[in-house]
Design a binder for this molecule. Sequence first.
Ligand SMILES: Cc1cc2nc3c(=O)[nH]c(=O)nc-3n(C[C@H](O)[C@H](O)[C@H](O)COP(=O)(O)OP(=O)(O)OC[C@H]3O[C@@H](n4cnc5c(N)ncnc54)[C@H](O)[C@@H]3O)c2cc1C
Length: 460
Amino acid sequence: MYQSPTRTFARIGATPPSTPPASVVLGRAVVLGGSLAGLLAARVLAEHAESVLILDRDDLGALAGPRSGVPQGSQVHVLLPAGREQFERWFPGFSAQALADGACLITADARRSYLDGRRKVRGSDVDMLSASRPFLEALVRRRTLELPNVKLLRARVTGLDVDGTAVSAVRYESATGPGVEAADFVVDAMGRSSRLGDWLEQGGWERPPMRRMIINLNYATAEFRRSEKNPEATAALAISSPTASGDVAGVAFSAIEDDRWMVMLGGYGDSRPGHDVDDLVRRCREDFPAEFARVVDNEVLGPVQTYRQADSRRRDFHRLKRVPAGLVVVGDAVASFNPIYGQGMSSAALHASCLSAYLRSDPDPRRPARTFFALQRVVVDAAWGMSTSADLARPSVSGPRPRGYRLSRWVADQIVAASVTDPTIARRFDDVVQMRRHPNSLATPGTLARAVRVNRADRR
Ligand SMILES: Cc1cc2nc3c(=O)[nH]c(=O)nc-3n(C[C@H](O)[C@H](O)[C@H](O)COP(=O)(O)OP(=O)(O)OC[C@H]3O[C@@H](n4cnc5c(N)ncnc54)[C@H](O)[C@@H]3O)c2cc1C
């Protein structure tokens, strides 16, 4: 039975906490990549497989800080409300544990949001969680590896074996040499550079079509000591509208564990914030609202870390005519977006919830996981639509533009503008930006009419 993307999205996000499934349907599940998406998928699989093995090329056991397999780990990361809800669903008590270990709660009162220098009204009341990316991953890893049937092995995955129509094994290189791990079910969670497409093609299967949008985004992040016990704002984001002069993407700060602030400066194209901490401090003092100056007046801790991301990209597994049974893909390996919108970790958590819905639907493991890819597509479309529609408005982004772009751009412009001053629109807009509702939920006549009215009144 057809269900609209808005309803499907709500169903994926709202499914109640798990009661144990009726039966274990899989034998050995192997997860390729032990970062956030892989760990969340392993958590779900632990309910459906006799055993789950996670393979990662990094030495995860020893790590508590940034690592080479996740080069973005030293940049600002905020877990949006949708992600927080899903983390809580898969690891009950997650937020309380994170807060006890030092993470910070970003309540509605303690966050600031600016568009072109104008402070936005308070929107969503839902709290966010702020911590460094390695901190969040370490906690998710700890909770996942507590499950008795989940194990982790340090190994670089080198290929996939398909026996007839279904995956049968994973090949890898480990400290003891090459190895082969038999698998009934395989999850690719190897991030945006995953080579799964190459392996499928080499094995005579189709490579998933890839869509890219060039964004040329440059991040620079520095850490500062947080000395205030109860800072007025624990996180702030100031962004420029796409058509504003200059190609500044935005600036953000957030309070993280161990009494630190993380401060990020982002630019597009030739606007490349560099390693010079004095420059970062000067820009925060001179170009942005007063909260930013207050944060960078603290002692700087360590060098500025830069990161560059050329594109948003998605691999459309749902469009494949032929795909081996027993194979799914999650996290950035499917879609990774302009990071300024902070959707990645929440997307990975929603993909895990799609996997749960698929496995609970009593699927035939000898057939391709098409219903999984169809569900996941709704999540990817939502995040992709949100991030690319904003990026397309930037003069430096050339497309491709989807059909009906001019109209959807006009609608988006009305809603974004009204969200600055109108609390009702701000709340609805936040629900979408924070991935708690599908973007189509904004495209109702009532919301649009209200936005147009608000904008007219504001102009007067
Ligand atoms: C600058 C920046 C800022 C961001 N800010 C936010 C934010 O505020 N909020 C948010 O939600 N998201 C943010 N993101 C996105 C977020 O970082 C990612 O979406 C998230 O980390 C995706 O996790 P993943 O597990 O899919 O992939 P990754 O974290 O990329 O992990 C891939 C894993 O696969 C392993 N691997 C790769 N190849 C192999 C192999 N051959 N064999 C074995 N292991 C392999 C790697 O070691 C790694 O552990 C940001 C991203 C960037 C770039």
